[in-house]
Design a protein around this ligand. Sequence first.
Ligand code: SF4
Length: 266
Amino acid sequence: MAKQKVRHILGLSGGKDSTALAVLLHQEIPEMEYFFCDTHKELPETYEYLDRIKARLGIKIHYLSENRGFDHWLAIHDGLLPSPQMRWCTVKMKIKPLEDFVGDDEAISYIGIRADENRDGYISTKPNIKPVFPFKEKGLVRADIIRLLEESGIGLPDYYRWRSRSGCFFCFFQRKYEWVMLAQEHPDLFQKAVEYETNHKDGRTYTWTDGETLLELLKRKDEIIAQHEKLMAQEKKAAPKRPLFESLEIILDQQDDELPCLSCHL
Ligand code: SF4
């Protein structure tokens, strides 16, 4: 019997690291299959970025979960919104679609964790899907990723001005400053997130962000922005040559209590 061909897969999240990985590998591995797990709740900037990636690299992207987005799964979970403790969203909308896409085939899954990052992931544990980490193997760090993106003409996603990660617009891993900026950049999406929070019906109060509702948080907008600007000024003083987006990423990363899933935010 002929030996089964090993598939090569790369999940794009709409973030900079997975995109840079596609830039790095698209010529080296022409048979690479690119996929994007669409929650139907991504930022418009993410969909635009994916179009840019396709156009620049001349690749095809498989959009998984095309017919079943967040609202479908929310109904299946009786309206129970996901949280860091109950992360059904990642399992149903990121991990499972990937595993269905691969089936029982042998596959190598290329993952864009950088050499300067100390994290592992919430990734598929199916034995036929073997994760590899090319940036780590090649010792590539944040500056290399930026260079790859600039040289390819793709650049950074537009949301990097105010948010450091891809993912659902209401992601509960979002930091307070990012919520405030969501309200400013996309008031309609912020309003939608407020509606999800308000309509949550399992007999307890649900808040997307720790300790307060989104409307309460928005009342503290000036305070949150002032605190953020103070941290940015300190960062600028400590590293005057560092690009703004990088300072933003560093400051926001310091505010993480828990690391988010890789499948959403690479
Ligand atoms: S981005 Fe956040 S809300 Fe969306 S699937 Fe990932 S963890 Fe869940």
